[in-house]
Design a protein around this ligand. Structure first.
Ligand code: 5GP
Ligand code: MN
Length: 328
């Protein structure tokens, strides 16, 4: 653990007056959980904070205490002396405000992605951390800020979801140790699990059905590909956030080394040039480094879970994805 970096970050936070805290677009449990945890902790020590995420809060995370504090638009960026960027491999991951945010005098980059570009004036990157929330927890603890039930619920939710319910390869000892402490501080494992995984809309279950039907396997049986078009989303009355977690079904097939999920983005419908925007998610069984593929398309992530965005046609993309199987 990098104590000196931690001390520098704490010094900056203690000396700050007005802190912008942001995490990545299309927020997942770690992005929203880390954001709320550090935001609520800084509020406790009477810091002026602005919690920001460009995307709407996914329905499954709206139960998190303090979620109403999260803003989706920044009106006046000049007022912030400090920015804390969470779970973002590069600053552009926060969305349209990235360029303006890069001008905030103190820019603290807290992340666990292997592909982090090292942006910011003060960095805390720990790729061994199971989640960004693990690093946030260490910072809050070192600052001696008491962990309220709200903070505990955020951190527990972040770790639960970022480790794929303690199944993904980033599941480490700290994941369990911290979650145990969060339960001591008031986090309720059953209530959290029910909110995150146990209250799906019927549309989401129907989406699962169509997503499973879309699975194709490469000739060498090492790669699986799942495709979710806007048509499928519309037909099931779901939203992009409902796609979260579906790739795990493509990944858990015996013999599969790399699973790929192609997701047609919402803004594709407005396009007139015949091309569409896609997000591609990549997962590996732990023997293949999928960041190599993601980086080659301008994306990033972790060894076993990465992603990238691409503008192309669906047919071309499917051919590109199936081509990945030739290297595994
Ligand atoms: P997913 O593709 O499932 O959304 O994300 C898998 C992992 O890759 C996450 O840790 C996510 O933060 C990262 N990731 C996904 N897309 C991108 C991207 O376009 N750029 C970067 N730097 N990381 C990404
Ligand atoms: Mn994360």
């Amino acid at each position: 653990m990098n104590y000196s970096m931690m001390d520098r970050i704490i010094e900056h936070l203690v000396n700050s007056d007005n802190v912008l805290i942001a995490s990545h677009i299309n927020q997942d449990g770690d992005a929203i959980g880390s954001l709320l945890a550090i935001g609520l902790a800084l509020n406790f020590i009477n810091k002026k904070t602005f919690l920001f995420n460009e995307s709407p809060i996914p329905a499954v995370y709206r139960f998190l205490p303090g979620v109403e504090l999260v803003e989706h638009q920044i009106d006046d960026l000049h007022t912030f002396d400090t920015a804390v960027i969470l779970d973002c491999g590069n600053l552009e991951r926060i969305g349209k405000s990235a360029k303006a945010v890069s001008k905030i005098p103190v820019l603290i980059n807290i992340d666990h992605h292997a592909t982090n570009t090292g942006y910011g004036t003060c960095l805390f990157i720990d790729i061994a951390a199971c989640s960004t929330a693990e690093i946030v927890y260490r910072i809050i603890k070192k600052m001696n800020i008491p962990i309220s039930k709200a903070i505990a619920t955020s951190i527990y939710t972040a770790i639960l979801t970022d480790t794929g319910s303690f199944r993904a390869s980033n599941t480490n000892r700290s994941a369990f140790a911290i979650c145990e402490k969060m339960i001591d501080c008031g986090a309720d494992p059953y209530e959290i699990a029910q909110n995150v995984y146990g209250k799906y809309s019927l549309g989401r279950i129907r989406l699962l059905n169509l997503a499973l039907e879309s699975i194709e396997i490469s000739k060498n049986a090492k790669l699986s590909m799942m495709t979710i078009t806007r048509d499928i989303i519309d037909k099931t009355g779901t939203r992009s956030e409902d796609i979260d977690g579906l790739i795990s079904y493509a990944k858990r097939i015996k013999g599969i080394k790399v699973a790929v999920l192609i997701q047609e983005e919402k803004n594709s419908l407005k396009k007139t040039n015949g091309l569409k925007n896609f997000h591609v998610s990549l997962r590996s069984d732990g023997t293949i480094d999928v960041t190599e593929i993601a980086l080659s398309f301008g994306g990033g992530g972790h060894f076993s879970a990465a992603g990238f965005n691409i503008e192309t046609t669906l047919d071309k993309l499917r051919a590109i994805v199936m081509g990945f199987s030739e290297k595994i």
